[in-house]
Design a protein around this ligand. Structure first.
Ligand code: PLP
Length: 426
């Protein structure tokens, strides 16, 4: 075995990876555009944007340059009592694309912390006003991250079982489908009627880790309108859906209503460095605007608003707002939709969905759909052997490419999926 891989095996613990029985990791030496290059000469298509973060392709020269320049100018500075141009420019840039009611930007360093900050802002919003609205509503099947607050508001199951005694209470409503909307609305209204609900958190339009499940913007609008009518803080977790994933810059732009708080991360730096952002409306800001020291938001991370990460985010923003990127997103949206319609009736397909640059194909299975579904053990190696990285969520195959992918490359992926569908006897 390669010496690096041997060292890896001995001393590194990989995320979401069993210590026994997992296949050895692939050693990547470089990456360019949508391709990952392995140490032994393979070239693998990154069809999942490296866990959904990479939007402009790997080793993008413009981002690399901005990042290198920032590293030799100002690499980092404490963000309490100090500030810097890259963070200010990024905040200004984000304001031009976030929902128009957003008033302030709070920095952290990943999606889970962006969600934690959003929850803490909402909880302290009520605390600062001495109002006891402590209930939280979330959706069944939600994923909001791996820290305790974000686990608390996420689907309870295998991932969270060891921590269940330490998670706070949350009321979950059913995931809305075409058939259950009236029932879900009734559950929601019953909870709101207690007047004890302080916050409602949701992944707008698409539940990512929950299986790339999609629901109607019109219905989310109904829920947000009801919640806000009861003075409930609405938190949109756009960690996954932000920066063009759903075809628009944010999933919230598919809505009529505006959330009070947004959490964003994944695509923000184009997939180069860790950065999280929580934005909020003036309503939230007002509850913290006080000369009373104890109403301060006492939260911060060592690397808050790291200048190199902010510079990378600004470079990524310039690429994202370019016409050519818009055209790419539109092209992927069209191609995904037409492949979705093509496979929809296949005997092995339970459901095919697409929204913007997200395509998901849920396979029929006797076992029932879940992350632990055994089909994942067939799907992952099948595509990897064909040099395509598709990391299924159980029996759900999803394609989530960097926006620089070509139509031709997309068709190679679709063809491989088509061949796979023919090969499985489920
Ligand atoms: C990935 C994800 C998170 C967590 O982000 P990390 O950077 O992995 O901590 C939170 N919410 C959603 C919707 C996500 O997809």
């Amino acid at each position: 075995m390669n010496e690096l891989l041997l060292t890896d095996k001995n001393i590194i613990w990989h995320p979401f990876t069993p210590l026994l029985g997992a296949t050895d990791p692939l050693l990547i030496t470089s990456a360019e555009g949508i391709y990952l290059h392995t140490h032994d000469g393979r070239k693998i298509m990154d069809a999942v944007s490296s866990w959904w973060v990479n939007i402009h392709g790997h080793s993008n020269k413009e981002i690399a340059q901005a990042l290198a320049q920032q590293a030799s100018t100002l690499e980092h500075v404490i963000f309490a009592g100090f500030t810097h141009e890259p963070a200010i420019t990024l905040a200004k840039n984000l304001m031009t694309i976030l929902p128009s009611n957003q008033a302030k930007i709070f920095f952290s360093d990943n999606g889970s912390t962006a969600v934690e900050v959003g929850l803490k802002m909402a909880f302290q919003y009520w605390h600062n006003q001495d109002i006891k609205k402590r209930k939280v509503i979330a959706l069944d099947g939600a994923y909001h991250g791996d820290t305790f607050g974000s686990m608390s508001v996420g689907e309870r199951g295998m991932f969270t079982d060891p921590f269940a005694p330490y998670l706070f209470d949350v009321s979950f409503i059913d995931f809305p489908t075409a058939d259950n909307q009236q029932a879900v609305l009734a559950q929601f209204k019953n909870l709101l009627a207690t007047n004890e609900v302080g916050a409602f958190i949701f992944e707008p339009l698409v539940q990512g880790a929950g299986g790339m499940r999609m629901y109607a913007p019109e219905f989310l609008d109904v829920l947000i309108r009801e919640a806000q009518a009861h003075d409930v803080i609405c938190i949109a977790d756009e960690v996954f859906t932000g920066f063009g994933r759903t075809g628009k810059l944010f999933a919230s732009h598919h809505l009529q209503q505006q959330p009070d708080i947004l959490a964003i991360s994944k695509g923000i730096t184009g997939g180069t460095l860790a950065l999280g952002v929580t934005s909020c409306s003036q309503k939230i800001v007002a509850a913290f605007t006080s000369s009373a020291f104890d109403k301060t938001f006492f939260h911060g991370h060592s690397y808050t608003a790291n200048p190199i990460a902010c510079a990378a985010a600004n470079a990524s923003f310039r690429l994202l707002t370019r016409e050519s990127c818009r055209e790419q997103i539109d092209m992927i949206t069209r191609e995904h939709a037409s492949f979705r319609d093509k496979v929809k009736g296949h005997k092995n397909v339970k459901a095919a969905r697409s929204l913007g640059t997200i395509l998901s194909i849920e396979l029929n299975t006797a076992e029932g759909s879940s992350y632990a579904n055994a089909l994942r053990k067939t799907i992952y190696p099948y595509f990897l052997e064909r040099n395509i990285l598709l990391r299924p969520l159980g029996n759900t195959i999803y394609v989530l490419p960097p926006y620089v992918i070509t139509a031709k490359e997309l068709h190679l992926i679709y063809d491989a999926i088509g061949a796979f569908l023919e090969s499985v006897g489920v």
